[in-house]
Design a protein around this ligand. Structure first.
Ligand code: HEC
Length: 168
């Protein structure tokens, strides 16, 4: 079962990668330009990405607070400590922390203030007409040199299924 969930996550991930925007290679401390961090951020140490707040089974229409954290031993030598992007295959992502996060083209990402932390929170409202949802996140723990080199990149996906209606 875990394997199936993992494979489902992977297929959603590759779908998201294919739609990720790749236009802007310029500075992006104020947001990430898509979900494919690892296509530019390379040669870094290991990192782990943790997604909290997504239940195993969701209640249709309910809003959940979700937290994404990049965990890495990598120290930053500046204010630039990290960044992230999240997409959901269904339901609605909403901003809760307007200082550190923003919504761009349907995905949640860091703002310039959010570039100085490695943990971000936002809201996800579960869909009413879908059985299974994958929430996909990518994050970078930066070394603070304002380059895409030497940063730690991590990816994670969680799948949640619609809760069964209670028996009468
Ligand atoms: C198209 C290439 C590209 C993609 C895709 C990309 N980045 Fe970057 N990133 C860069 C470049 C170039 C820089 C250096 C310029 C700058 O600091 O903005 C950078 C810098 C950063 C920094 C500051 C690094 C430091 O050491 O100070 C963070 C944080 C960051 N990116 C996060 C992300 C995240 C998170 C994603 C994916 C969700 C992502 N990036 C996707 C090209 C990319």
């Amino acid at each position: 079962m875990r394997k199936i969930v993992f494979l489902a996550g992977l297929s959603v991930a590759s779908f998201l990668f294919s739609v990720a925007l790749k236009k802007d290679v310029s500075a992006h401390r104020n947001s990430a330009m898509g979900l494919e961090c690892a296509s530019c951020h390379i040669e870094g140490p290991q990192a782990k990405l943790v997604i909290r707040g997504v239940p195993a089974q969701f209640q249709p229409g309910k809003t959940y607070e979700v937290t994404v954290e990049v965990i890495s031993k990598l120290r930053s030598k500046s204010d630039s400590r990290g960044g992230f992007a999240v997409q959901a295959s269904a339901g609605e992502l909403k901003v809760k922390d307007t200082k550190r996060t923003q919504l761009i083209n349907g995905y949640i990402t860091h703002t310039i203030e959010g570039n100085s932390v490695r943990k971000w929170s936002f809201l996800w409202t579960a869909p009413k007409d879908v059985e299974e949802v994958t929430i996909m996140a990518m994050g970078v723990a930066s070394d603070g040199d304002y380059s895409p080199y030497g940063d730690a990149v991590a990816v994670e996906a969680v799948t949640t299924v619609r809760a069964k209606p209670k028996k009468k």
